[in-house]
Ligand binder design. Structure first.
Ligand code: COA
Length: 223
């Protein structure tokens, strides 16, 4: 059996078959270090990043409309314990609101780039922000990100989903391919958030998503 180090010092079978589950706020708080470990591995950030992000992720769990989904590995007896199973992917988001920093940044960016006050109000008046979506590198490219995003957005009461993603030449990475496949379209391009010089795209998708090919029963992940 081949093993893969999914977390420093923790190995799991390389061919383990992840299951997608809803994660409660209590689940995420209890598993914060492991979830942040996936984030750091997926984004290839230095390990210290996790410590800085922990208070933000914790605070987000109490925001109205917060929802999270995770991909976990069952144990050898095929049991799944949300408090102990290795986490290989994590996603969460919440309902956007005017007092939130991200909302204010996007609001100002939209107005600066020609969106009218009415259009801006219409879009930002009722949306779900996809805040985090990360798959551990070993499990990337097997459809897990798509399944997580589908589950995260299923049955949401908001009119649209919004997210920000780093600009990449020719939209040439998995995140861009996933969002385009899903039907996300441009709101603002080459946007810079206050305090960060990297350019981001702000993208939106109507809810429920209308893109064909989604909303099928979860497909089996090839071993
Ligand atoms: C972006 C990210 C979340 C996408 O998740 P993912 O699981 O890797 O990707 P997807 O769910 O879109 O998988 C689709 C890929 O799997 C392949 N695939 C294999 N089996 C599949 C299946 N059963 N169903 C769907 N796709 C499958 C597809 O061909 C596709 O390959 P391609 O991207 O080379 O065209 C993930 O790659 C990631 O965490 N990246 C680093 C962090 C990051 O960029 N996060 C987002 C920041 S905004």
């Amino acid at each position: 059996m081949t093993a893969v180090e999914y977390h420093p010092g923790a190995s799991v079978p390389a061919d383990a078959d992840p299951r997608i589950v809803d994660f409660s706020a209590a689940d995420l708080r209890a598993r914060l270090d492991d979830a942040l470990g996936v984030y750091v591995a997926a984004m290839d950030y230095p390990p210290g990043t996790a410590r800085h992000r922990a208070p933000t992720w914790t605070e987000h769990t109490s925001r109205p409309g917060w929802r999270s989904v995770a991909a976990l590995l069952p144990d050898a007896d095929d049991r799944l314990d949300a408090r102990a199973a290795p986490i290989v992917a994590i996603a969460y988001g919440y309902r956007g609101a005017p007092h939130q920093w991200w909302h204010q940044q996007v609001h100002n960016g939209m107005r600066r780039t020609g969106w009218s006050a009415r259009e801006t109000h219409e879009l930002l008046g009722n949306y779900f922000e996809v805040t985090e979506l990360h798959v551990h590198p070993h499990w990337q490219g097997r459809g897990l990100g798509e399944r997580l995003l589908s589950r995260l957005l299923t049955g949401r009461p908001e009119r649209a989903a919004l997210l920000s993603t780093p600009e990449i030449a020719d939209e040439g990475n998995r995140a861009w391919r996933l969002y385009r496949r899903f039907g996300f379209t441009d709101v603002i391009r080459r946007f810079t958030f206050a305090g960060d010089r990297r350019p981001f795209a702000i993208l939106r998708c109507p809810l429920p998503p209308t893109h064909p090919g989604l909303w099928n029963p979860p497909r089996r992940i090839p071993r």
